[in-house]
Design a protein around this ligand. Structure first.
Ligand code: NAD
Ligand code: GLY
Length: 370
């Protein structure tokens, strides 16, 4: 369900007593009214990082001043390589060091890394405190801040330790995307493109027609892309919050992508870059499994390339690249009893999760890696 006011639009994510609003609009972050009707508390903690805090923390703090007596902050080191126990503990150290209680509200001010870690901290501090997502990357606005997946990485696998824990609100301020580096914008486009093949081919057509506007950070195009992405994600999560089935389709490209991220070392390729390339590999696999035609693989590859994303996988092991990918993918959370599962495109706009013969997967890896 979407409704709009003069300056913002709201997508509701329906999850019974865990339902919440995703508010999308310009200049929201610094407005006190954006934070009305959140759980009452005397203290808030803004979790951010060393890159984002200097840009946006003062405005957020100012807007929260009327709502909380005390506003603490913690600045995490920037980057996927820091999405780990050591960094997570900085949040707990601050919460405990400042005497925060179980009503303290956490604000995740940042991209997916800050959002995933803040959410996990909120899920576990004193067995659960409220938190609000204030996503500042395109990727976080269209995907990671929505739906309640929170996690940190383990050297053996991506997002391996975490919890399902829903935020109280998601505030997508489109204005902050203007400071996002182009490479990060492209990474966000990967997760937007994803929604086409799995759920909505009319949206896919729209992305193809508007890819240059999106890359140029056109405000109108971004507003529509964020809204439509959140609507699709809210619809899927509303039916399957804890990924017992349907929600796994949101992982198109992620089985290959997570292997790329872990195999190269976290942060070498951006998450969105790995997902973009992973979608190309998943499309080839879907074709080899007889599900889609070659022309759709080509269409998807062209769009991903136009978005400024890599379309050839990296070689992770010069001696036996396919075995390296397979070993990394075996740790994927969708694996069942060691069997790797892939999100396959069943036909444009429709996806399913399925195992695939190892020989076919090996062949796809060999053909798709540089
Ligand atoms: P990120 O959080 O690392 O942010 C990307 C970079 O942009 C960082 O250097 C950050 O400091 C900087 N940045 C953020 N906002 C900025 C702004 N407005 N202006 C200038 N610089 C800014 O990366 P990301 O792509 O946002 O998120 C990737 C993470 O999200 C991965 O860890 C991935 O696993 C996770 N993720 C989670 C979910 C989920 O459902 N929870 C879904 C998708 C991705
Ligand atoms: N990004 C995949 C999910 O939220 O399920």
């Amino acid at each position: 369900m979407t409704h709009s006011t003069h300056s913002s639009e709201t997508v509701r994510i329906e999850l019974a007593d865990r339902s919440y609003d995703i508010v999308i609009g310009e200049n929201l972050l610094g407005q006190a009214s954006s934070y009305l009707a959140l759980p009452k508390a005397s203290a808030a903690l803004i979790v951010s990082n060393t890159t984002i805090a200097p840009l946006y923390e003062a405005a957020l703090k100012q807007a929260l001043t009327g709502h909380y007596k005390t506003i603490h902050s913690v600045h995490l080191p920037d980057g996927e390589a820091h999405k780990d126990w050591v960094t997570l503990n900085l949040i707990f150290n601050t919460l405990l060091g400042r005497g925060c209680d179980r009503k303290t509200v956490l604000f995740a001010l940042g991209g997916g890394v800050v959002g995933d870690m803040t959410g996990f901290a909120a899920a576990s501090f004193m067995r659960g405190v409220p938190f609000v997502q204030v996503p500042t990357t395109l990727l976080a606005q269209v995907d990671s801040s929505v739906g309640g997946k929170t996690a940190i990485n383990h050297p053996m696998g991506k997002n391996m330790v975490g919890a399902f824990y829903q935020p109280q609100r998601v505030l997508c301020d489109l204005t902050v995307l203007q400071t996002l580096p182009p490479r990060e914008l492209s990474a966000g486009l990967a997760e937007i493109i994803k929604y086409g093949p799995i759920a909505d081919m009319a949206f896919f057509d729209w992305i193809e027609a508007n890819i240059e506007a999106l890359k140029a950070c056109d405000a109108k195009a971004l507003a529509y892309a964020v809204k439509r992405s959140c609507e699709i994600k809210a619809h899927v999560v509303g039916q399957d919050e804890r990924e017992s089935g349907l929600r796994a389709i949101l992982n198109l490209g992620h089985t290959f992508g997570h292997a790329i991220e872990a195999g190269l070392g976290y942060g070498e390729w951006l998450h969105g870059e790995a997902v973009g390339c992973g979608m190309v590999m998943a499309a080839h696999l879907s074709k080899e499994m007889g599900l889609i035609e070659g022309h759709f693989v080509k269409r998807l590859t062209t769009l991903i390339e136009c978005a400024g994303l890599p379309v050839r996988g990296p070689v992770l092991d010069a001696k036996d690249n396919a075995s390296k990918y397979l070993a990394l993918m075996a740790h994927d959370k969708k694996s069942v009893a060691g069997d790797i599962r892939f999100v396959l495109i069943e036909g444009p706009g429709k996806a399913r999760v399925s195992a695939a013969p190892e020989a076919v997967v090996r062949d796809v890896i060999d053909r798709c890696c540089a």
